[in-house]
Ligand binder design. Structure first.
Ligand SMILES: *[C@@H]1O[C@H](CO)[C@@H](O)[C@H](O)[C@H]1NC(C)=O
Ligand SMILES: *[C@@H]1O[C@H](CO)[C@@H](O)[C@H](O)[C@H]1NC(C)=O
Length: 190
């Protein structure tokens, strides 16, 4: 009886907690002032969120994605993705430039896209990073960006699922209720 009462109480407490505790605001990492070396190496993609399903739907085709970040030249970073799709591995790279005076990174070939970094507070995870991609409205008359999505990257292959859950909860709190969480049923490609 006491156990049941306690579990009701805890359930109620959790509900109330989520109603009254405000959204956690993540901190933007200003690219021009961060030490880029701490972001080199391996990353594992865990989840993506957006206000619109279309912005993140393409991630649904992957079972898992691992990345490596390398510094290839002064203020140039190359991100290589190893994407698991069924039994196949797809490899692709993206080159980013860090430009003086800019707080985002510039993606080679898609300079109209803004690439912003946010710290792990969003997922309550010290060594996580949140990557935001924004593309401006297609027409001047459009009020909404044509792309706006956030992606969670973690350092450990098997990060606690609580990290992803926290990320999704805080995203929903910021009105980004569409999400894709990769199943990770197969081996990583690296
Ligand atoms: C990125 O991919 C291109 C095309 O596949 C390849 O030629 C290039 O060497 C790659 N760059 C790096 C740094 O891996
Ligand atoms: C994120 O940034 C804030 C403000 O700089 C800092 O207080 C917090 O510890 C950082 N959180 C993580 C998880 O790095």
């Amino acid at each position: 009886m006491l156990g049941v009462a306690l579990s009701y109480f805890l359930h109620f407490y959790t509900l109330v907690y989520h109603i009254f505790v405000p959204c956690v605001d993540p901190e933007q990492l200003l690219v021009k002032s961060v030490d880029q070396h701490q972001y080199l190496g391996k990353w594992f993609f865990k989840a993506a969120v957006s206000r619109r399903a279309a912005d993140i739907s393409k991630f649904k085709m992957f079972d898992n994605i691992a990345f490596t970040m390398e510094g290839t030249a002064d203020r140039t970073l190359v991100l290589t993705g190893y994407m698991r799709m069924g039994d196949d591995c797809i490899k692709h790279n993206w080159t980013y430039h860090i430009q003086p005076g800019r707080d985002d990174m510039v993606l080679e070939g898609r300079t109209y896209r803004r690439n912003l970094l946010w710290n792990g507070t969003w997922a309550n995870c010290q060594d996580c990073i949140i990557f935001q991609e924004v593309e401006p409205p297609l027409k001047e008359t459009d009020s909404e960006d044509s792309l706006n999505r956030f992606m969670l990257y973690v350092r450990q292959k098997d990060v606690d699922s609580e990290v992803v859950t926290t990320f999704l909860r805080n995203s929903a709190c910021h009105n980004m209720k569409e999400s894709v969480r990769l199943p990770h049923e197969k081996e990583f490609c690296i």
